[in-house]
Design a protein around this ligand. Structure first.
Ligand code: PRP
Length: 185
């Protein structure tokens, strides 16, 4: 894997901007769920960084759970309607307040499938919190209650989002110069 500096086009959201927005989201969620308990469901793997920072900004009692989802079809960099749950929750969500945490919504297929499945399990409430939202790419409607940033349709990486499995650990969101990334030199 090349040094990311070789293909980073631009840092579109800095570490400071991310952390500031996450504090705002945490405060909003804490207010909305005051007096209640939360079950936060993180969609692996991209949502992990966001989850760990976000939950530290929420001050209602909460538990965390994880789900993993695979999608197949038109290409590795865009999900199709064919979504499969590869890791399911370890607990019942019946009568619980569930908040799904995602790193990014693109076509919407992943979250639409997750929401459809979880609704069948009778949660008290079910809402979505996504860090990034590529609104212009949406193919199916997904109700988003909490949104960190609406972004343009560019290839992004860092802060949970990978570049061929690497660089999820970067503290910022950057865009990829695909020409430079694919350049073998
Ligand atoms: C990304 C992201 C969402 C999904 C969004 O996951 O974390 O789960 O794609 O795309 P959609 O709205 O078009 O369905 P990815 O499949 O890259 O897996 P990862 O989180 O493990 O990197």
């Amino acid at each position: 894997m090349k040094p990311y500096q070789d293909f980073l086009d631009e840092i579109i959201i800095t570490e400071e901007q991310l952390q500031k927005r996450i504090r705002e989201l945490g405060a909003e969620i804490s207010k909305d769920y005051a007096g209640k308990e939360l079950l936060v469901v993180c969609i692996l793997r991209g949502g992990v960084m966001f989850l760990t920072d976000l939950i530290r900004q929420i001050n209602v009692p909460l538990a965390i759970e994880f789900m993993a989802v695979a999608s197949y079809g038109s290409g590795a960099r865009a999900s199709s309607g064919d979504v499969r749950i590869t890791l399911d929750l370890n607990t019942s969500i019946k009568d619980r307040h569930v908040l799904i945490v995602e790193d990014i919504i693109d076509s919407g297929h992943t979250l639409a499938a997750v929401i459809e499945l979880l609704q069948t399990r009778d949660p008290a409430s079910l809402y979505v919190c996504t860090l990034l939202d590529k609104v212009s790419r949406r193919e199916v409607e997904v109700p988003v209650r909490y949104r960190g940033f609406a972004i343009e349709d560019k290839f992004v990486f860092g802060y949970g989002l990978d570049m061929d499995d690497y660089y999820r650990n970067l503290p910022f969101i950057g865009t990829v110069n695909l020409k430079k990334y694919e350049d073998p030199t």
